[in-house]
Design a protein around this ligand. Structure first.
Ligand SMILES: Nc1ncnc2c1ncn2[C@@H]1O[C@H](COP(=O)(O)OP(=O)(O)OP(=O)(O)O)[C@@H](O)[C@H]1O
Ligand SMILES: [Mg+2]
Length: 249
């Protein structure tokens, strides 16, 4: 499972505003990477371009040498990049297991429609495997619309995993959670990464989490890449300290 992502000279302008400016970054397969930066730095815009939800003004995004720019979001998912969206709520009266099985089935059938349908029992099996990895087995028979906020976010991630990504993007997975709930969420995400071995790229404001689990950190400010590297390196970067971490960190 490869999955080398190379972003080169990426720029996105909204009218006169450069939300992303000339960003170049590389992600090795299997890495845990964090994207940090103040509000409005361009983090979500960067994700939106990687997933094909926004088209860049300039630059290139290559996955294992294949250009992604110009592909539709569904095609990018099939290349191996998926992200957790707030989709669990769409499954309303489905149970957690049904929602997952539906996601697995639709993905597998889209991939393998040339060689025949993926059998439903196998889809349920795979769905249950992901649910147990992410710690949702206890609620697999519950209706999606009865889940707690935290479980719903876990299910969003599980649904993204049903798409069998080589690179999983998470935009603020702990947003709106208290400290304990955030910890639990991060533990589960870490466990998934250990089990599945995909690259993980997450946007996160909590620096304890970032420096606790990222192997590589990218810092954006005003759309530009201010610094990148291993956490210890980034943490010592004078401009990062000044611009973002503050003197207390
Ligand atoms: N569709 C859009 N049209 C116009 N401007 C946009 C659009 N999307 C984002 N922007 C602007 O681009 C800049 C970067 O926004 P973005 O949402 O990427 O920041 P962010 O780093 O994710 O911030 P936050 O931490 O608040 O989520 C902001 O100034 C934002 O207002
Ligand atoms: Mg954002």
């Amino acid at each position: 499972m490869r999955g080398h992502l190379q972003i080169s000279n990426l720029t996105k302008s909204f009218g006169g505003l450069n939300a992303i400016r000339d960003v170049t970054m590389a992600l090795e397969p299997g890495v845990r990477a964090a994207v940090i930066g103040p509000n409005g730095a361009g983090k979500t815009t960067l994700f939106n371009m990687i997933t094909g939800h926004l088209s860049p003004t300039a630059g290139s995004i290559r996955l294992d040498e294949g250009e992604l720019i110009g592909l539709r979001p569904g095609a990018i998912v099939r290349r191996g990049i998926s992200r957790a969206f707030q989709v669990a709520s769409l499954f309303g009266t489905f149970t957690v297991r049904e929602a997952m099985a539906a996601a697995v089935l639709s993905h597998r059938q889209r991939l393998f429609d040339l060689i025949g349908a993926f059998p439903a029992p196998a889809a349920f099996e795979h769905a249950r495997h992901i649910l147990s990895l992410i710690g949702l087995s206890d609620v697999e028979k519950s209706r999606c619309d009865t889940l707690s906020h935290g479980d719903r976010k876990l299910l969003d991630i599980a649904l993204a995993l049903a798409l069998e990504p080589r690179i999983l993007l998470l935009d603020e997975p702990t947003a709106g959670m208290g400290r304990d709930e955030s910890r639990l969420m991060i533990d589960r995400i870490y466990r998934l990464w250990e089990a599945e071995g995909m690259s993980l790229v997450f946007i996160e404001h909590d620096m304890d989490i970032v420096f606790g689990i990222a192997e590589q950190v990218f810092v954006l400010r005003n759309g530009a890449l201010l610094a990148s590297g291993e956490p210890a390196e980034v943490r010592r970067h004078p401009q990062v300290i000044e611009a973002y971490l503050g003197s207390a960190t």
